[in-house]
Design a protein around this ligand. Structure first.
Ligand SMILES: *[C@@H]1O[C@H](CO)[C@@H](O)[C@H](O)[C@H]1NC(C)=O
Ligand SMILES: *[C@@H]1O[C@H](CO)[C@@H](O)[C@H](O)[C@H]1NC(C)=O
Ligand SMILES: *[C@@H]1O[C@H](CO)[C@@H](O)[C@H](O)[C@H]1NC(C)=O
Ligand SMILES: *[C@@H]1O[C@H](CO)[C@@H](O)[C@H](O)[C@H]1NC(C)=O
Ligand SMILES: *[C@@H]1O[C@H](CO)[C@@H](O)[C@H](O)[C@H]1NC(C)=O
Ligand SMILES: *[C@@H]1O[C@H](CO)[C@@H](O)[C@H](O)[C@H]1NC(C)=O
Ligand SMILES: *[C@@H]1O[C@H](CO)[C@@H](O)[C@H](O)[C@H]1NC(C)=O
Ligand SMILES: *[C@@H]1O[C@H](CO)[C@@H](O)[C@H](O)[C@H]1NC(C)=O
Ligand SMILES: *[C@@H]1O[C@H](CO)[C@@H](O)[C@H](O)[C@H]1NC(C)=O
Ligand SMILES: *[C@@H]1O[C@H](CO)[C@@H](O)[C@H](O)[C@H]1NC(C)=O
Ligand SMILES: *[C@@H]1O[C@H](CO)[C@@H](O)[C@H](O)[C@H]1NC(C)=O
Ligand SMILES: *[C@@H]1O[C@H](CO)[C@@H](O)[C@H](O)[C@H]1NC(C)=O
Length: 417
């Protein structure tokens, strides 16, 4: 027990130590407002020439005493420049394009005349290397966070970035509470081959026209919360359309596929109930979904669906299908499907539903009518069947017992009435 406590304490101190160990810098703009925040660690390993045609390797960390002279913020580009020691500097350039920002390159300059870091250096010059970091597609107004090691190699210099927290383009002078984590920090459930880890070498920026292949693994989303929606013909009447479901959409875009849950909280509900056609429109912050139900031959179905919105990556989309035949049921009943379902709406858009129940026509007293279950729930019919079979078996056993008993009674000579 005592040993365990010691271990826990050690762990706690370890974490605190690591966090406070980062180099924290705040860059301010002309109006003295915070415009760039960084808290990070960089380890350098530099190979340099010493006498006798040999090479030596200098290893050091970014020290805590840095100045930010040369850092600057603009609306679409910014620079974080950290100067340290005898004329060394490390800088990182960011650009923003509307909804996202990225780090374009890192320049590390080192002064080989600094005999404490580069003892016995033959050269006395200041040398620079420029590399491309793996910091891309960071949502605007979020901090980029990467606790994992990210080693960037070149012939002479290896730089390892770790415990990185950066927000370029801080708006309104206050750091965002939202974090965009690097792929290496995400739980590795997805294909491990595609995203770069700390050990993956990266090309120096001299050939950086082609961006490094980054396929962000889609973390598995939690089940979306079930929203309950209703449409009333006017303020004083009861609902004429009821819907209750959790929704998720999947959107394919170039070589990326993203999924997004629909958040029922704060959703605006509108629509109309008709004799032959009813409509339900759900508008959240991120998307608007329009369901059109039709009623023909006393059967209703989801006939059209139109989804417009934008993914968290900033990509906007508008996908519709006006020729669907989903969720079919008799007009006086509701359609229900508790299991997760997926529906291909268009070549790019997939709709996922959870705990679905809808009734677009003939709602009485504001409540769902008898439900017609979807195929996926068909197994639930097995339950009554199983109960029936069990009862039948029980009856047979009782009958059997009766006849056996009767036979014995007859054999022993007793009369049974
Ligand atoms: C960076 O260097 C320090 C000391 O030189 C060392 O303790 C730490 O493990 C290094 N971190 C990485 C990620 O290489
Ligand atoms: C950089 O890292 C690679 C792979 O770990 C290693 O082979 C190389 O010697 C390192 N270079 C320097 C300058 O530390
Ligand atoms: C240093 O070594 C390189 C090859 O490793 C050789 O080409 C060069 O001549 C050597 N220079 C001296 C001064 O020895
Ligand atoms: C490089 O280091 C030398 C020796 O420490 C120093 O005199 C010189 O000013 C430095 N160069 C720069 C550009 O700071
Ligand atoms: C650097 O070294 C060269 C010779 O190798 C010398 O001529 C020059 O003065 C030195 N410069 C500095 C700033 O020490
Ligand atoms: C850039 O990369 C391409 C292919 O990866 C290669 O053919 C070319 O030589 C590289 N250019 C430079 C300047 O490294
Ligand atoms: C709704 O009911 C209130 C009183 O209960 C009444 O004043 C109002 O006119 C009614 N509105 C409609 C649209 O029927
Ligand atoms: C809904 O959002 C509001 C503010 O946006 C929040 O206060 C509330 O807790 C949220 N409710 C749920 C159930 O998430
Ligand atoms: C509904 O459809 C029926 C038959 O298709 C038609 O006779 C009727 O006029 C339609 N009602 C409305 C309100 O559109
Ligand atoms: C879907 O809705 C959007 C926005 O309301 C609209 O611009 C678009 O034309 C609709 N698409 C179809 C096929 O109705
Ligand atoms: C609608 O779908 C049906 C079958 O699902 C198909 O026969 C029909 O051609 C489609 N109509 C349009 C306009 O796409
Ligand atoms: C879609 O549903 C089918 C069965 O209805 C299932 O086999 C498939 O894996 C599902 N696809 C996704 C992406 O969930």
């Amino acid at each position: 027990m005592g040993r365990y406590t010691t271990f826990t304490l050690f762990l706690t101190f370890g974490i605190v130590f690591q966090q406070s160990c980062g180099i924290e810098v705040n860059v301010q703009d002309k109006d003295n407002k915070l415009c760039l925040y960084a808290n990070l660690m960089v380890n350098f390993s530099v190979s340099y020439e010493v006498a006798g045609n040999k090479s030596a390797t200098a290893e050091f960390e970014l020290p805590s005493e840095v100045t930010t002279v040369g850092s600057e913020c603009d609306t679409t580009s910014s620079v974080l420049k950290l100067n340290f020691g005898e004329g060394h500097s490390w800088s990182i350039n960011f650009t923003a394009n509307g909804k996202m920002y990225q780090a374009d390159y890192i320049t590390f300059s080192y002064n080989l005349s600094d005999a404490t870091r580069f003892p016995a250096s033959v050269s006395n010059e200041t040398t620079s290397v420029t590399v491309k970091p793996h910091i891309t597609d960071v949502d605007m107004d979020t901090c980029y966070s990467c606790k994992s090691n990210d080693m960037i190699e070149t012939d002479l210099v290896n730089q390892t970035l770790w415990n990185v927290l950066i927000q370029a383009f801080v708006s309104n002078g206050s750091k965002s509470e939202q974090i965009s984590s690097c792929a290496a920090d995400l739980p590795t459930t997805a294909v491990p081959t595609t995203h770069s880890t700390s050990t993956t070498p990266v090309a120096p920026v001299t050939n950086a026209t082609a961006p490094p292949p980054t396929t962000t693994p889609t973390p598995t989303l939690p089940t979306p919360s079930t929203g309950k929606y209703s449409i009333k013909p006017d303020d004083n009447s009861t609902a004429c359309l009821l819907a209750s479901f959790g929704l998720r959409i999947g959107y394919k875009q170039a070589d990326k596929y993203q999924e997004m849950n629909f958040d029922p909280n704060g959703t605006t509900v509108s629509g109309s109930c008709g004799v032959n056609s009813s409509e339900l429109v759900l508008a959240s912050n991120t998307m608007t979904i329009m369901f059109t139900f039709t009623n023909d031959m006393q059967k209703f179905r989801l006939h059209a669906l139109n989804v417009t919105g934008s993914m968290s990556s900033g990509v906007s989309f508008s996908e519709a299908n006006t020729n669907l035949s989903l969720w079919e049921a008799a007009v006086s009943s509701s359609y229900m499907c508790n299991k997760e379902q997926n529906y291909t709406i268009s070549s790019l858009l997939t709709l996922y539903t959870f705990n679905l129940q809808v009734q677009p026509f003939g709602v009485k007293k504001g409540a769902f009518s008898t439900a017609e279950d979807c195929q996926a729930d068909a197994e639930s019919f097995l339950v009554p069947i199983a109960v029936g079979v069990a009862l039948l078996v029980l009856i047979l056993i009782v009958l059997l017992a009766y006849f056996i008993g009767r036979k014995r009674n007859v054999a022993t000579g007793y009369e049974s009435f």
